[in-house]
Design a protein around this ligand. Structure first.
Ligand code: ADP
Length: 557
């Protein structure tokens, strides 16, 4: 509460705003500071007075921010402090002799023990023109105060005010710092959240990537196992991103560049337009295309390719890429081809003896009433030969059928192999054209399906007769190899080229002799090899051109 001692209004009109202006400096009740103390101290020296104060006039009190010469006093009542008067005027408030001033007659500082007589207070004026306090000098005796001194005091008050204003910019800076800090903090928190989200999405991405990698690995294993090659064609440039297997299918190494143009160049010319047409059609219909075509490798060899692909489109719906896969199907193509050949050969092979048989029977029918003559016998013999041929062919077909269906059952017995070899192939012995020489271990006993083993030997001997007709001697030998018995059939015929030897035991495989026309289905040796394999043995052939061939098999003893 203000104890107004001045007998006049000491509250300016704008006091409320003034107080707001004062409080923004947040200087009230703060500890003393050297910068303010120094100015006050300097004042006492310059003006030669005992007291100098930096005072700030609050609503009801005056706070001394600096106090030189007035003991420990921190504040005074606004109604008693002369500073309350100094904030009423922009000019210096000057009481040269307090006793002379009527407004100070009731002031305890003047009339009391303190004995104030002189007061000069320069107002502290804010940048926005509020008078918030004073820099004052006080003396206990009256004195003069020149204009010069007023200027100095006002100047020093300005320095005080500058110090106070500095606080506000410092405060602002601190606030700014704080707000920047809190902004930074907020941003940091946001970053933290984003980081966490990112880590989470990173986790998801890592998981997704792992899953994709795994699928890719599996796909690669599947591609490797199936010898499938894959590629992606850039339709604009014709460049291709191909797997090693894809290039290998066209006879290119993995280091070599292989383009879309190279692919069509490798394709046999007569297939190019058709395949291009299929690709165009698949682009137009957004469908998978499938094609099979032969390619010529740079070494001249021909390979069959099975290809399928699918177009990919850009955002404008224009086909820009083609994703494709290929497999080398040469093996199965050859097999298919051999099978086709086999069917035409089989029908031809059967047709020949059937035609002969029919002709013989027709003739026999025509002469049935005539007395018996040499022609009857000849026709019967011819019919028998035709029947024999047909039964061999039908046997082969049946055996092969059984083999493919896994129905070839073995009925094993124990027998002497030398004896078996000596008795088999009587049809050849009886013909008298060839000499079958059986040699080797005469006592070797094996446990096997005698009928099937005999079938293998007959096949070897029949082939020797068929493909080595000039070899009058055919050697059948038996060797005891300890755990195995080895049986070989050797002729002195034209021999077989070494590179085709391993294929002889394949199904439908026949050597193409352009000059000679040998009958056969290319099944005999295949059936033999199956029989031997079922016995747990091995089968093979050795041959030298112009010297002869040896066909052999082994059977566990
Ligand atoms: P095929 O029914 O054609 O005789 P095989 O499977 O018995 O079928 O024989 C396969 C091929 O092996 C024959 O086409 C023939 O070219 C060749 N071959 C078999 N035995 C001999 C041999 N002793 N001398 C020369 N070539 C042979």
């Amino acid at each position: 509460m203000i104890e107004n001692t001045f007998g006049m209004n000491i509250i300016p009109e704008n006091d409320a705003e003034r107080l707001v202006a004062l409080r923004r400096y947040r200087i009230m009740d703060t500890p003393s500071e050297a910068s303010f103390d120094n100015i006050a101290s300097l004042c006492t020296k310059i003006f030669n007075v005992p007291i100098s104060l930096v005072s700030l006039v609050d609503a009801e009190r005056v706070f001394f921010k600096a106090n030189v010469g007035m003991g420990k006093a921190k504040e005074a009542n606004r109604g008693k402090s002369l500073c309350a008067l100094a904030v009423l005027d922009h000019e210096i408030t000057l009481f040269k002799d307090a006793f002379e001033e009527p407004c100070l007659m009731a002031n305890p500082n003047v009339v009391g023990d303190f004995g104030l007589r002189f007061y000069a207070g320069a107002p502290l004026i804010t940048h926005d023109d509020f008078l918030i306090g004073t820099l004052c000098i006080i003396d206990q005796k009256p004195r003069e105060f020149s204009e010069q001194e007023k200027v100095i005091l006002a100047g020093m008050a300005k320095s005080v005010m500058d110090q106070i204003e500095l606080r506000i910019s410092a405060l602002e800076e601190i606030e700014n710092h704080q707000s920047t800090n809190s902004l930074l903090l907020e941003q940091q928190e946001e970053l933290q959240v984003m980081n966490e989200e990112l880590t989470a999405s990173n986790e998801e991405q890592i998981q997704a990537r792992k899953a994709v990698e795994e699928i890719n690995q599996r796909l690669q294993i599947a591609l490797d196992a199936s010898k499938l090659g894959s590629t992606e064609v850039d339709l604009a440039t014709g460049s291709m991103q191909s797997t090693d297997q894809f290039k290998a299918n066209y006879g290119y190494s993995k280091e070599e560049t292989f383009t879309y143009a190279d692919l069509f160049n490798a394709m046999l010319p007569e297939y190019r337009d058709r395949v291009k047409g299929l690709v165009q059609e698949s682009i137009a219909k957004n469908e998978i295309y499938r094609a099979e075509y032969p390619v010529k490798w740079r070494d001249g060899s021909i390979h069959w390719i099975s290809a399928h692909g699918r177009p990919r489109y850009d955002e404008d719906g224009k086909a820009n890429r083609m994703v494709g896969m290929t497999a080398d199907i040469t093996e199965s193509k050859l097999f298919e081809q051999r099978k086709d050949d086999f069917l035409s050969i089989a029908s031809h092979e059967l047709k020949t003896p059937i035609t002969t048989l029919r002709a013989s029977l027709q003739l026999l029918h025509r002469i049935k009433d005539k007395p018996s003559s040499p022609i009857h016998l000849k026709l019967i013999e011819q019919s028998n030969r035709s029947m024999e041929k047909m039964s061999v062919l039908v046997d082969d077909l049946l055996n092969m059928n059984r083999l493919t269906q896994g129905q070839l059952e073995l009925s094993k017995t124990t027998f002497n192999i030398f004896e078996m070899l000596s008795l088999c192939c009587n049809h050849v012995r009886l013909e008298g054209k060839y000499e079958l020489i059986v040699e080797g271990d005469t006592d070797l006993i094996i446990h096997a399906d005698e009928h099937r083993i005999e079938q293998v030997v007959i096949n070897f001997v029949n082939n020797a007769v068929k493909y080595a007709p000039d070899s009058k001697e055919i050697h059948l030998s038996i060797e005891n190899l300890g755990h195995y018995a080895k049986v070989s059939v050797k002729d002195k015929g034209p021999g077989i080229e070494s590179d085709i030897l391993p294929n002889l035991f394949d199904r439908y495989y026949r050597v193409n002799y352009n000059s000679q026309n040998y009958t056969g289905l290319g099944l005999g040796l295949y059936i033999c090899s199956e029989i031997i394999k079922r016995h747990g043995g091995k089968i093979g052939a050795e041959s030298e051109l112009g010297v002869g061939s040896v066909f052999w098999f082994t059977i566990p003893i």
